[in-house]
Design a protein around this ligand. Structure first.
Ligand SMILES: O=C[C@H](O)[C@H](O)[C@H](O)COP(=O)(O)O
Length: 264
């Protein structure tokens, strides 16, 4: 994976230089890209999509700071989960929904995996449906990751989450596992908290939308992600899946050599 374009934002040049000199923690890397995404892509008057997860958290934090300081004005934002909504409310970020604002200027979110074509796996935190609904409506979709998320092929490095209806979910899971593109995958119903794919409870995990999640474990890279996306989407009982193909405008990557940006 070799990012094509390398840029360093104005407000972040010192942080990027710091990353080159010292080993930063993963949280510090996430903060760098979260802040840079807001600094570089959000302007006053915009409608902004707010992602979910430990990286998107920092973008929301930065947006709250710039609104409070008055550097940004007249922003409305659309959160992609209950967690993000609560964080945004605590920062007094004005919120709207897709019902009143069907077009967004920009959406900023993390990802679980990014391939060389900027296709993504998302939904490790269980928010894939609202994320996709919001981010597909954004003129620019900015993905923020640390370099551990980059991969040569989606699949083996992180299980693919699929949101399914609770009704006859065992049947739906069998149907998914039998799809040609999913042959050989291990389909595991998510247990415990919906925001983690590590089983941390005995109850079936429930998403913000009242659905279940099945995590598809692959041992080999997914050969044709758009084809798998279509097969999953055409499966009755599947609400949506964590393959985000052809949606990304740019990926901001934090790594040991500083920040780089790869544009689609
Ligand atoms: O459902 C969760 C989202 O898709 C997250 O954006 C994704 O899991 C990445 O999260 P994190 O930044 O915490 O690794």
């Amino acid at each position: 994976f070799s990012p094509g374009v390398t840029t360093v934002g104005r407000r972040f040049s010192s942080s990027a230089r710091m990353a080159e000199k010292t080993a930063l923690s993963q949280d510090e890397l996430k903060k760098m890209v979260g802040y840079k995404a807001v600094d570089d892509y959000v302007k006053s008057g915009m409608v902004v999509g707010l992602g979910t997860g430990s990286t998107a958290y920092f973008a929301v934090e930065r947006l709250g700071q710039l609104l409070e300081s008055g550097e940004l004005k007249d922003i409305v934002a659309i959160p992609t989960s209950v967690r993000t909504k609560e964080q945004a409310e605590s920062l007094k970020i004005p919120l709207v929904t897709l019902d009143t604002h069907s077009k967004l200027d920009v959406a900023i979110d993390g990802a679980d995996e990014v391939d060389p074509d900027l296709n993504l796996v998302k939904g490790g935190g269980g928010a894939l449906l609202r994320e996709k609904m919001v981010e597909v409506c954004a003129e620019k979709f900015i993905v923020i990751v640390d370099e551990s998320k980059l991969c040569d092929g989606l699949g083996p490095g992180f299980p693919l989450p699929v949101e399914i209806t609770p009704f006859c979910h065992e049947h739906t899971i069998r149907t998914i596992a039998a799809l040609p593109s999913c042959a050989g995958c291990d389909a595991v119903l998510r247990m415990g908290s919906s925001s983690s794919n590590k089983p941390d409870g005995d109850e079936i995990a429930i998403t913000d939308n009242g659905n279940y999640i099945v995590d598809l474990h692959f041992t080999e890279a997914i050969k044709d992600a758009p084809k798998m996306a279509m097969e999953l989407k055409n499966t009755v009982g599947v609400v949506d899946h964590g393959l985000f193909c052809g949606m990304t405008t740019a990926v901001i990557i934090a790594g040991s050599n500083g920040i780089s940006v790869k544009e689609a």
